[in-house]
Unconditional design. Structure first.
Lengths: 101, 391
């Protein structure tokens, strides 16, 4: 099967698309030597992230095995993950209380 | 094609074991008011490397110091065979002080002041005469065999997208590991692009002091953003990064820090400061590509490995900047601005290990005189990072 997305680390809950994903397509995501299949719920452009699991509101998004931010909306497996539903925890001078760093 | 790694390059020997990958004549205004002379010399002597900038006066102390150190470091970089410093005569980063400091570092230097010469035009005519003599001396310098341990390699990423962290930066990181294990020095920079990944760097710090310094410089960037009361998103990641799939600064940083490879981090230096230690060092620079490259050149880097996803032509007047991308579409559409196509990594046709060795082979060729795309295109960007508004 053609690999369409890369998962960098086993604990990641997002994969990065190597080609555009159309809604309804089954995406083969490779992590090391293991493949998994995710159905795209919407269009996800090349280079963008697709959720491998459901992610609760405020839960961490994991890529490279590390936190890259928290969800700002509940995310379903197969959804596009980007600025509309993923916010950063760092460099947030716009927040009244500032980052927890 | 796998290049065999020959642990030497052909460079211009300088004082104290340093060596240049180039042998430039540099025209360096100490202040914005002297840019006109530099521009006129550039027209008369196309082979001279000329910079212009917006600084040199009305700086309060921390900026006066930073601009001074950057000009001195840039003007005495091992790639510079001789420098002409040009001032107005009343600037608060005095041209004569800059020239004296460059001379103390062993670089042949001359200095002219517009007010002393009787105006910009007279100063330009004198500058051209002085430069012609300097160029005659430069022609006598010849390349010799120089061990790799005398290389200080700057690393940079600009116009990053999803391919940067997945492929291009890890390949540069592998080349960095090879350079460090051969006794050379690699500089990792762009402090805002450590935010979210600094713990990974701190875990590899040589000493507690180095780990603490990494934390301190990252905290300083976030303090600035809090002071401005804004989300850093939009500035970094920039709109192109966001369009290219990078969503948060943490995600970008986790991809960026791969450029430094896996070596122990031996030192953290301020913007434009020369590292004392060898191996992998961090320089505190902004995420602004041109300011960052300028700072690393001022700190003594003789060559740069620069990855891009979206594509950028940025170069440097005195340091060859090698441009590598793992985005195949970018490599094709911006072919004239690119040196290396790393997209085979994402297709599973090239390992990170082999890509790193290949990059090192290319780096040694460029260090020995092979032109980069940016040099061919005449990309000579220069910018100095500052903290405060002018007084």
């Amino acid at each position: 099967m053609t690999v369409k997305a890369i998962v960098i680390h086993l604990t990641d809950n997002v994969a990065t698309m190597l080609v555009p994903a159309q809604a309804g397509h089954n995406i083969v995501a490779r992590c090391g030597h293991e493949d998994m299949v995710v159905e795209a719920l919407q269009f996800v452009d090349v280079g963008h992230k697709i959720a491998l699991r459901d992610i609760d509101l405020g839960a961490p998004v994991i890529k490279y095995g590390q936190r890259i931010g928290v969800s700002s909306r509940p995310i379903k497996r197969g959804e596009h993950v980007h600025i509309h539903n993923l916010q950063s925890e760092r460099g947030r001078g716009d927040l009244v209380r500032g980052p927890s760093f | 094609m796998i290049w065999s790694v020959d642990q030497a390059f052909r460079g211009f020997p300088r004082r104290e074991g340093a060596a240049g990958t180039r042998n430039h004549l540099l025209i360096l205004p100490a202040v914005v008011c002297a840019n006109i002379v530099a521009e006129q010399v550039a027209r008369a002597l196309p082979k001279a490397m000329v910079v212009t900038h917006q600084h040199g006066c009305a700086h309060i102390a921390p900026d006066r110091d930073q601009v001074f150190r950057t000009l001195v470091g840039f003007g005495s970089n091992p790639n510079v065979g001789a420098t002409l410093v040009v001032g107005l005569g009343c600037e608060n980063v005095p041209a004569e002080d800059v020239a004296r400091a460059i001379g103390e570092r062993g670089t042949p230097v001359e200095c002219l002041l517009i007010q002393k010469e009787g105006g910009a035009r007279r100063c330009s005519r004198k500058a051209v005469q002085v430069c012609r003599l300097l160029m005659k001396d430069l022609a006598k310098h010849k390349r010799e065999c120089i061990p790799l341990e005398h290389l200080v390699v700057g690393t940079e990423c600009g116009g990053s997208d999803f391919t940067s962290g997945l492929a291009a930066n890890p390949a540069v990181g592998r080349a960095a590991d090879l350079i460090v294990s051969a006794g050379g020095t690699v500089v990792l920079s762009e402090t805002s692009e450590f935010i979210g990944a600094e713990h990974i760097l701190q875990a590899r710090a040589k000493t507690e002091a180095v780990a603490e310094a990494i934390g301190r410089i990252v905290y300083a960037v976030e303090a600035e953003v809090r002071r401005a009361g804004v989300d850093i998103r939009g500035a970094n990641p920039a709109p192109g990064n966001l369009a290219g799939g990078l969503t948060t600064i943490e995600e970008k940083s986790l991809g960026c820090v791969h450029k430094g490879g896996a070596s122990t981090i031996s030192e953290v230096v301020a913007y434009s400061d020369r590292p004392i230690e060898r191996g992998l060092v961090i320089m505190d620079t902004p995420g602004h590509d041109v300011e960052s490259v300028t700072g690393m050149a001022a700190g003594g880097c003789q060559i740069m490995l620069f990855t891009t996803g979206r594509g950028t032509p940025v170069g440097c007047p005195i340091v060859p900047v090698i441009k590598a991308t793992a985005n195949e579409a970018t490599f094709r559409s911006m072919r004239e601005d690119m040196d290396e196509d790393l997209s085979p990594i994402l297709k599973g046709q090239l390992t990170i290990e082999d890509a790193g060795r290949h990059l090192l082979g290319l780096l040694l060729e460029v260090a020995s005189g092979r032109q980069t795309a940016a040099e061919r295109s005449g990309n000579r960007e220069f910018a100095i990072s500052t903290f405060w508004r002018s007084a």
